[in-house]
Design a protein around this ligand. Sequence first.
Ligand SMILES: *Cc1c(COP(=O)(O)O)cnc(C)c1O
Length: 385
Amino acid sequence: MKVAERLNKIPPYISAQIDKKIAELRKKGVDVVTLGVGDPDLPTPDNIIEVMEKAIWEPAFHRYPDYEGSIEFRKAVAEYYERRFDVKLNPENEVMALIGSKEGIVNLTYAFVDHGDYALIPDPAYPVYKTATLFAGGIPYTMPLLKENNFLPDFTKIDTDIARKAKLMFLCYPNNPTSAVADKKFFEEAVEFAKTYDIVICNDSAYAEITYDGYESPSLLSVKGAEDIAIELGSLSKPYRMTGWRIGYAVGNRDIMKALGRIKTNVDSGQFTAIQKAAVEALTGPQDSLKELRSIFTARRDMMVSALKEMGFDVSAPKGTFYIWAPVPEGYSSMSFSEMLVEKAAVVVIPGNAYGEYGEGFFRISLTTPDDRIKEAIKRMKEIF
Ligand SMILES: *Cc1c(COP(=O)(O)O)cnc(C)c1O
């Protein structure tokens, strides 16, 4: 059997080596603490589950859902955008439901990137932007996210010949994995650049609501002119602890939306309407669970950041996401540091280079692990540093 060539184009899954080590240690009975994957440890809030419990009995929901999402869900997303960002969206043609934002990333790429086209991809980044580009036959062009630039891409460094040939640009703020945030001025620069070169621009805003200390992250769509060229992808996964439910949305320019919709109608058949109904409750119902989530993550963040500082790591408390992006100590690479932590402390972190070559020299800690396990990880790390 010979698999398609595109499968050979995607980079090897770097965490696989670490996963193998975890499996070996667990087999030996070692208690491994994982600060790896970003998946909230808390269950989905009760108010959302209660709506789902009822919705599942609705016979109309047992049939094929609307491709673009139920109008009720799309209205709830539009309402949220107006309330939160003062951005007005037409739920009829500027909002679309997604089966998780990951799906949106891949299908958006298929909608805009042809064989040989460039896509501008941040590095380090959530790996899906690059793999989707490669699957579509496109060429990923790296926009380095450097610490000295607050992990924002520098558009003046992008080769103009490439910019002219680029079809799509991905951004992600608040950022996974660096936990950096972007202000409105940066989004203005991004829109200006994208308009100059006629590039579709997409901000993956999966962490828009995972923010701390009163910080509110802006929307790319709140920038003037963004409606001509931009979309934003959102997700219920992280703020409402619904990673297993698979519900997100795309919002923004209606022509981009139409193109994405044409791919989606040929690939999937929409998300289960009962799940969309539960998502409406998440977006428009009481927001106490979100406040609770923020306060839990704030406490974990502070605990981890102060411990890392005591151990001599050069870190500061992030304003967004539930990650801590820290430089590895002198003498280590991302990989050798992560492997050493697994071997000596049975603590798992993700090596920065798993997110791209510019992630080298860093490691990522996820705070989506119960408090006592984070304390245990700190205790074990302090025995080394
Ligand atoms: C978790 C995550 C996603 C995926 O979210 P889903 O809506 O669950 O598919 C997308 N982008 C980034 C940056 C993420 O960290």
